[in-house]
Design a binder for this molecule. Sequence first.
Ligand SMILES: Cc1ncc(COP(=O)(O)O)c(C=O)c1O
Length: 457
Amino acid sequence: MGLYPYADRFPIVRSFPEHGRPRAEILAEIEAMSEVEDSPYHEGKISGSIYSGDDAHYAFLNEVFGHYSHANVLQRDMYPSATRFEGEIIAMTLDMMHGDAIPGGTGCGVLTSGGTESLMNPLLVYREWGRERGITNPNLVMPVTAHPGLLKGAHYFGIEVRLAEVTDQFVADMDSVRSLVDENTVALAGSAGTYPHGLIDPIDQLSDLALERGINLHVDGCLGGFILAWGQDLGYPVPTFDFRLPGVTSISADTHKYGFGLKGSSVLLYRTPELRRLQYFIVPDWPGGLYTSPGMSGSRSGGIIASAWASMVSLGREGYLAIAADIFRTAAELREVVASFPELRVMGDPYFNVAFTTTEESGLDIFLVNDFLGTRRWRLNGVQKPNAVHFCITRPNTQPGVIEKFRVDLGEAIHHATAHRGTAARSGAFYAGGMTSGQIAAGMAGWLDATQALPPA
Ligand SMILES: Cc1ncc(COP(=O)(O)O)c(C=O)c1O
């Protein structure tokens, strides 16, 4: 795709334009690009990424966003509504995560810009928590399947990460976790559910271990929080992973995923305000004035917070349950489809994000299967160790007929992989990381800067 994906349709801006362009012309360009790019999700062929896909819902959120897009939530004297939105989003998310089970009702939270920030902040908190107890060389123990946002936080904050193995069901192996914990362990982490396979780690056992050792436990519900939380109400035997487990000290859940909000928001909940206090940053004597900030960002748009709030209150519990019912049902249908092919096997016991790979007996390359699916416009996510793909079911995938179409194309994809046995697959395990291919090359080779890759005018 390269650095200039629209070079054949629109002029490339190579330097600051002298004169402005008419708004109508700019809007036409924007509309043309977004229409092309959004078309596959309307067909229901995309795994993850677009969680609501309801155009009327998005139009409503965009209208809400427009009222506050220019507002800076740091200026609470100008925009007290941000305080209302933030407080109410946290209250609703705490309710969903059974904050009522916390003795004394001390549950609290913060809003962040997304899942990664909701994973990084608690690591800072747990490092500071360790410092208060004389731990100068802190470590975090988590299964290999935990999201790299935790590795990133640990890297930024100087925390050693100890990676535990997973069982043959692809969830945290508790013997392995236990063997890695020592007197410098400040926290454990587990997921509900994991990105690679959509599975729920044994959070109850992690909670017991955290209590036994007197340490913290973060539950990464960034991806699964806002969908798995409804599972028990819908009658699915989803294991408990929230504040009902007394060892859980923090939970992240992304409003911009299954919360159906606009991109750029997530909720981070803490069991106590004492923990949350450790992520605040305050400079009382700065010449610019008393500086107080709850997290990593400075200025933030009020529009994002307002639209996350609007998403939650417009759908209500009833709305979330209805969409979740469709997602759980579709994921169960998908599991059946995959299981109907003897060449494939479903990994673990998933409820919304279904990972599958080829059986050893079949000897097929799952990425050849995925290559073919790509030609039919399906966009599944390739994962590795072992090689597999996942199909994370979101609302657009629940449309009638989507899973039936998938069954047909999957059958043909298996024929393709059989016929092309031994040839190299084009697809592989790649987590979309927000970098251009040029930047990835730069990062990997360590020499090519994306800006140096400008093609000649
Ligand atoms: C389990 C899990 N945690 C955290 C994240 C990070 O979220 P974000 O991309 O919003 O930073 C993701 C993203 O997919 C995820 O799947």
